[in-house]
Design a protein around this ligand. Structure first.
Ligand SMILES: Cc1ncc(COP(=O)(O)O)c(C=O)c1O
Length: 381
């Protein structure tokens, strides 16, 4: 059967195909150290596992669950946003749980985009914004980020373009892959930009607790809800990537529009997952402090590895990666393949995040210090 035309421009996700190659090398006996993917190797909070187990015995646990998520989980999301970001949300109307924030990217795009609509997408940025835009037959318009501009969009420059067909703009701070952060002032400028040009901004916010003492939400910006949505996730903050739990917060009107898509695509999230996730969201700051102690140690080691490879890391990065320039004259793909085949070290090449990522490499902090020390040893040898 001929595939749908909408797939013509969409490729298999880079990690989906590259990890096949990595697994084949492992199967052939290569001792691969994986510094490629951002899948936390640390365990979720133990209370969360207990809650999940306990919830399995709840008499209603195995039935369909509410489309909008359980009231308990939505209340936990409300409290989480209040406690950590000082943002007030109505759990009845302004919150929906997601099966990972990645699925939210599709729901939002299907809910707001028609064929030919334009979408502002960061370059470099999370590749899914771009592939989903293509899947719904909208047009990706990339805005360049660079070290010189602190990896923030130049809104004045953007305003000089014809923005009449732009409906959505994806932003993601703390930013993946560069680790750059945004402050209140930038978010206020962004909201003003969105109002002026009638664009819906979505901040994708899965990294705000990793190596960052001051988590920010764009939803804290005054009078922003009509033009802003925020995606969040338990994947990175609570080491629960495999659980597939995220959330979407925004105005009642926008949330209802997205529910028209989502309620036709799934039939609620498994009850024990929601019960466990609610338990995680109720943990206090000590959880993040303990995780960050581990990430801090790992980061020091990864910086040592980057130095041994003559790579130059960006300053002041947040999140669970180290973004670094590859040595002069190298391409990111060539450098990553060299590391993989010479030293059995898997990292992510910057080009997969867009043309502005060329010349960079992304190291993940999702492997233990022992492995990173071994990687340093291999490179120094
Ligand atoms: C920027 C960004 N957004 C979204 C996601 C997806 O996260 P989730 O596991 O919640 O689907 C990732 C995962 O790597 C990410 O890096």
């Amino acid at each position: 059967m001929v595939q749908a035309k909408r797939l013509d421009e969409v490729k298999e996700y880079y990690f989906s195909s590259k990890l096949r190659e990595v697994r084949a090398l492992e199967a052939a006996g290569k001792p691969i150290i994986n510094l490629g993917i951002g899948s936390p190797d640390l365990p979720p909070p133990p209370q969360v596992i207990s809650k999940l187990n306990e919830a399995l015995s709840n008499p209603g646990a195995h039935q369909y669950q509410p489309y909008r998520g359980t009231a308990d989980f939505r209340n936990a999301i409300r409290d989480f946003y209040k406690n950590h970001y000082q943002v007030s949300l109505d759990p009845e109307t302004e919150i929906i749980p997601l099966m990972g924030s990645k699925e939210g990217i599709t729901h939002i795009s299907m809910a707001f985009l028609d064929k030919g609509d334009q979408v502002l997408i960061p370059n470099p940025g999370y590749p899914t914004y771009s592939s989903v835009t293509k899947l719904v037959e909208a047009e990706a318009v990339y805005y360049n980020l660079s070290a010189k501009g602190n990896w923030l969009p130049d809104l004045e420059e953007l305003a000089k373009k014809d923005l009449s067909k732009v409906k959505l703009m994806w932003v993601n701070y703390p930013h993946m892959p560069t680790g750059a952060s945004a402050n209140d002032e930038f978010f206020a400028d962004l909201v003003a930009f969105a109002k002026k040009w009638q664009i819906l901004i979505i901040n994708d916010n899965p990294y705000s607790f990793i190596l960052n003492d001051h988590p920010e939400s764009i939803l804290k910006t005054e009078d922003c809800k009509d033009v802003v949505l925020e995606l969040n996730s338990l994947s990175k903050s609570f080491n629960m990537a495999g659980w597939r739990i995220g959330m979407l917060c925004g105005s009642e009107k926008n949330i209802n529009t997205i529910l028209k898509v989502k309620t036709n695509m799934d039939s609620g999230m498994f009850y024990p997952l929601q019960a466990g996730a609610a338990e995680a969201l109720r943990l206090d700051k000590k959880w993040f402090t303990a995780q960050n102690e581990i990430y801090k140690q790992r980061k020091e080691k990864v910086l040592e590895l980057a130095e041994a490879l003559n790579c130059t890391p960006e300053k002041d990065q947040q999140g669970m990666f180290v973004w670094a320039k590859v040595p002069e004259g190298e391409t990111s793909e060539g450098f990553v393949d060299h590391l993989l085949h010479t030293h059995d070290i898997f990292t992510a090449p910057g080009f997969i995040f867009g043309s502005q990522g060329e010349g960079y490499i992304r190291f993940s902090l999702c492997t233990n210090e022992e492995n990173i020390s071994e990687a340093i040893k291999r490179v120094k040898k």
